[in-house]
Design a protein around this ligand. Structure first.
Ligand code: ADP
Ligand code: MG
Length: 351
């Protein structure tokens, strides 16, 4: 209760700065923002025109003078100014909304960042949070935040295996005693699945699909393995450009062919998970065998991925509840646990 009241007044904030989605958690309130990580701005003046969903809608539709970008595209901060603008926008939005009392304490901010982000970029994210009005800012690595959000015992002397499949990156990590024992951040995730779908149908039907269409196909009928052999194949109808005539054309796509399109990406992901498990110290492997592998991130929602990883690693695999919000829930949890935050943060700053 005390925490709730304190949280309410201070508006402490947890932010998942994902390559595809940005989520914001406010202490005492829960998740208040879930928006695409996108920024639209004027090419020349760099003036920001839109952030979040409004900017994502502009992707692929902008005139020459405007650019719609994904600031963290491949798990690195591809565009620092845009990332800072996004961070500032959300911190201010949350902090200013509901500010009735003028001398409200400025928030503490915990930001989850991809583990491949460099030291210079980390510093820059902290500076951006501080200049947006944070009283203090801490960075935690996404796989650690995801594991905490998934309620895994990251501080215990036991191996926790987490796989977070996002848009631009997949983070694979083994955690024990509050630290990442072994981890890799690879640039194969949801975006590559979309690209694989585009490429596959371009070759198969000479049909060019837009990225949003490919993503929708993946979400509605995509799968990693044949989920239920007795079930009938699923179908969807899409519109794309016929590459021979140059004109729009409709095409019916089946789940079997989408699975074939996704197979190379899924195989590569599974290979990285297997390699990480093979590199793990034996004691931790035995812990992992007991608890199993936990998956998070939007990419873990693809049908049959858990079964496939389980089959390949001979280990139990579960997908966390609401996998897309694991990182931000983890950031929110550490706001309430200063000792844990102190242990796991990778960078911190005070104003
Ligand atoms: P990030 O942390 O990099 O921002 P997210 O964890 O938000 O990424 O996941 C975004 C990715 O998850 C996107 O590639 C999106 O297409 C994919 N995704 C979301 N829902 C599903 C679903 N039901 N099935 C398959 N992929 C999904
Ligand atoms: Mg993520």
């Amino acid at each position: 209760m005390i925490n709730r009241i304190f949280g309410f007044f201070s508006h402490d904030i947890g932010i998942d700065l994902g390559t595809a989605n940005t989520l914001v958690f406010v202490a005492g309130k829960g998740i208040v923002i879930r928006e695409p990580s996108a920024v639209a701005r004027h090419k020349k003046s760099k003036e920001i025109l839109a952030i979040g969903s409004a900017a994502k809608k502009m992707e692929g539709r902008t005139p020459a003078t405007i650019e719609a970008i994904r600031p963290l595209k491949d798990g690195v901060i591809a565009d620092f100014d845009a990332t800072a603008a996004m961070l500032t926008h959300y911190i201010r939005k949350v902090h200013e909304s509901g500010t009735i009392i003028p001398k409200i304490p400025r928030p503490r901010v915990v930001v989850g960042i991809p583990s491949g982000v460099t030291e210079v970029e980390r510093r820059a994210v902290v500076d951006a949070a501080l200049s947006a009005g944070a009283r203090s800012a801490y960075l935690v690595e996404e796989p650690m935040a995801a594991a905490i959000g998934a309620e895994l015992p990251v501080e215990d002397p036991t191996g926790v295996f987490i796989v977070d499949i996002g848009g631009g990156t997949t983070e694979i990590a083994i955690i024990s005693l509050g630290g990442i024992v072994l981890g890799r951040s690879i640039r194969i995730a949801g975006d590559e699945m979309d690209e694989a779908i585009v490429n596959y149908f371009r070759l198969k039907y000479s049909l060019l699909l837009g990225q949003p269409t490919a993503e929708e196909v993946k979400i509605t009928i995509g799968s990693a393995v044949e989920v239920d052999k007795d079930k009938k194949e699923k179908f969807t109808v899409v519109r794309g450009r016929d590459l021979e005539t140059g004109l729009p054309r409709s095409q019916k796509l089946g789940s079997d062919e989408v699975r074939e399109a996704l197979a190379p990406i899924v195989q590569e992901l599974v290979g990285h998970i297997k390699d990480t498990l093979e590199e793990a110290p034996p004691e931790l492997v035995s812990d992992i065998m007991k608890r199993g592998i936990v998956m998070a991130g939007g990419g873990s929602l693809i049908a049959g991925i858990a079964e496939m990883v389980s089959e390949a690693t001979k280990t139990k695999v579960t997908v966390a509840d609401d996998p897309i919000s694991c990182v931000v829930r983890g950031c929110g949890k550490v706001l309430n646990d200063p000792a844990l935050l102190k242990r796991i943060r990778v960078t911190s700053g005070l104003q």
